[in-house]
Every structure is written in structure tokens, then in C-alpha cells.
Design a binder for this molecule. Structure first.
Ligand code: COA
Length: 315
């Protein structure tokens, strides 16, 4: 397929590190050198589905398409207020889609997993035009008393519209299933028969282990995918790396021995917005006019699961 339109939407509330230190034992001096994050957009009175719909409509507008042109819709989301229906159906209802709607929960690499799904369906001849929306509110997953996690995240939605083409050069998906590295639990409704103890636990993360996984998975996958596609680093215009932490991105950059200007970044004013991160970064880079036809974009993302993914996309 070929990406022909992008969009994004962010909550209006901006929370700075200094605002966090008003109620948490943390500081700008601790957060910035360890994460690169200075502020993040945080949901207050918005609903995630409205941000998702807004991002989708912007991507459709950029693509010059109407909702009725879309015949497959994938929504990437870890959590939102609805358990059912899926966020894809809620967003489809808001923007007037009438095509099949699919939800995936692949955490931070969800954008690339969604690309893989639409690309596979297109190759199977089942899709003409697809919409992907990645919408996340990780600030509703962490405890805001846990300084080791809540400072890292921000909310938002990013979207792309795709049509037929051979611009997705390759995709590499990877899993190292170990659910104790990043996890959260919530209780379900009680029944007369449930006898086990159930508790809600906010997001837990083994930060240093996740850090190592992220750098290792990203560099290994990107190198393998470039080789598989018969390409070299010199052909890459931009590495669109999941915006989890500036130090992770720096470590990947060092390993790849590639220059700063090949790594667009918005971590400093977004934090980690899970699967929305790559889609928002793409939209912001497109709207700044920094990407031109023929440019080679390498996407790389990693997160809970543990899952990771890489994709090479020609613009
Ligand atoms: N402000 C001040 N102190 C903090 C803090 C904060 N926001 N968060 C943690 N600390 C403290 C800890 O309590 C600990 O104090 P102690 O030594 O007195 O116990 C100390 O800082 C070191 O904590 P540690 O967790 O070992 O820090 P770290 O150097 O590993 O950095 C992360 C923590 C989260 C920044 C780092 O592990 C990381 O970036 N991991 C990757 C996380 C990530 O990106 N996950 C998502 C991937 S999708």
C-alpha cells in the first residue's frame, strides 16, 4: 500500500514537569536528562474516541478521500473507557464509516502491526483504501502517585489513510512474550461464582529491562529488515522511532551510527503516547514539510508484550 494522508489530535491540557513536581516527589532536573520529556498532553474533559475521530478526519482530508472511500479500518488501542464495542466501531460511527472495523491491542508497536494487517489484506486483494487510527490514553493507566511511571506518558491520536501501491517495502514483527515487564490489571464484574481474589493494579513497568529490550529489538530488527529489503542505511531518510524515551532513541542512534537529523523527535513535548506515538510523529513531520516523495522512512517501535516491530516505507 501507500500512505496518502496523515492526521493527529492531542488533548488541550499540557502538563509540564514543574506541574508534576507540585504533587509528586520529582523534578524537571530528574525527568529531562533521563527521558527527554519536558511536557505532555493529558486528557482532561476530552473523550479518546473524539480525538481518534478528529485524527481520522484530518487524515481523510489530507488524502482527499471521503469516509465512504474506506473499505477497511484498523484501530490500535490499549485501553479506553469502553470494553465493548471496540474503539474502531465507536470511531467509525462518529465519522460515518461503514466498512469492517478491527481493533488491535499490540501496545506501542501497534501502528506497525496495523500496517502489516492492511498491507496483507491489500496483497490478498481484499482492500482498496484503508484507514489506521492509533489512539491512546496511557495517562489513565498509571498511578499518579507513582513517579517512576506517570511522568513518562502522554495521550493522543494519530491516523493514516492508505491506498494501493508498493511503497511498504518490508515489515518485521517480533515477540518475546513475558507479561511481567509492562502490565496492568483491572477487575471485571463480580458473579455469584467467582471465588478467586481479583484486584486492579495500575501500570507496572521494569524500566531498565524494558530499556534494554527496546534498544536491542529496534537495532536488530532495523538492520535485519534493511538487509532483507536489499537496502543500506545510506538510503534511509528518517528513522521514525517510537517516542518512549530520548535515551532509548539516543542509544539506537549511537548503535546505528546515524546522524541526529535522521531522527525526527517530539518526545520533549509529548512523552510516550504508546501506539499513537509513531503516527503522531509521522503526521507532525509531514505537516512541517520535511518529507518528500521518494524518501525512505524506517519505523521502529517496542513495548508491552514484549512486542516490537519495524517497517520500511517509501514516501
Ligand atoms: N523523579 C525522581 N526520582 C525518580 C523518578 C522521578 N520521576 N522515577 C524514579 N525515581 C527514582 C527511583 O525511585 C530510584 O530511587 P532510589 O534509588 O532511591 O530507589 C531512582 O530514581 C532510580 O530509579 P530507576 O528506576 O532505577 O531509574 P532509571 O535510571 O532506570 O530510570 C526510567 C527510570 C523509567 C526513566 C528508565 O528505566 C527508562 O527510561 N526505562 C524505559 C521505560 C520506557 O520507556 N518504557 C516504555 C517503553 S514502551
Amino acid at each position: 500500500m501507500r500512505i496518502i494522508g496523515t492526521g493527529s489530535s492531542l488533548p488541550k491540557k499540557i502538563v509540564t514537569n514543574d506541574m508534576l513536581s507540585g504533587f509528586l516527589d520529582t523534578s524537571d532536573e530528574w525527568i529531562v536528562p533521563r527521558t527527554g520529556i519536558r511536557s505532555r498532553h493529558v486528557i482532561s474533559d476530552e473523550n479518546l474516541e473524539d480525538l481518534a475521530a478528529d485524527a481520522a478526519l484530518k487524515a481523510l482530508d489530507a488524502a482527499g478521500m471521503k469516509p465512504s472511500d474506506i473499505d477497511y479500518f484498523v484501530c490500535s488501542n490499549v485501553v479506553n473507557e469502553y470494553i465493548t464495542p471496540g474503539l474502531s466501531c465507536i470511531v467509525a460511527g462518529k465519522i460515518g464509516l461503514s466498512c469492517p472495523c478491527v481493533d488491535i491491542n499490540c501496545a506501542c508497536p501497534g501502528f506497525i502491526y496495523a500496517l502489516d494487517i492492511v498491507e496483507s489484506r491489500w496483497k490478498a486483494g481484499k482492500v482498496r483504501n484503508a484507514l489506521i487510527v492509533c489512539a491512546e490514553e496511557p495517562t489513565r493507566m498509571t498511578s499518579w502517585q507513582d513517579r517512576a511511571t506517570c511522568v513518562l506518558f502522554g495521550d493522543g491520536a494519530g491516523a493514516v489513510v492508505l491506498t494501493g501501491g508498493d511503497n511498504i517495502r518490508g515489515i518485521n514483527l517480533h515477540a518475546e512474550p513475558c507479561p511481567d515487564k509492562i502490565w496492568q490489571k483491572r477487575t471485571l464484574e463480580p458473579t455469584p461464582y467467582v471465588t478467586k481474589e481479583e484486584i486492579s493494579v495500575p501500570l507496572q513497568m521494569k524500566g531498565r529491562e524494558v530499556f534494554r529490550f527496546a534498544v536491542n529489538a529496534s537495532t536488530t530488527q532495523v538492520e535485519a529488515l534493511l538487509e532483507e529489503c536489499g537496502m543500506t542505511k545510506s538510503q534511509v531518510t528518517y528513522y521514525m522511532v517510537h517516542q518512549a524515551n530520548a535515551r532509548i532513541i539516543e542509544a539506537i542512534k549511537q548503535y546505528m551510527a546515524e546522524p541526529d537529523e535522521k531522527f525526527p523527535s517530539n518526545i520533549s513535548d509529548h512523552g510516550n503516547s504508546s501506539s499513537a506515538s509513531c503516527a503522531i510523529l509521522l503526521d507532525e513531520t509531514v505537516r512541517k514539510g520535511l518529507i518528500k516523495k521518494g524518501d525512505i522512512l524506517v519505523f521502529s517501535a517496542f513495548g508491552a508484550g514484549l512486542l516490537s516491530a519495524a517497517a520500511i516505507v517509501e514516501w
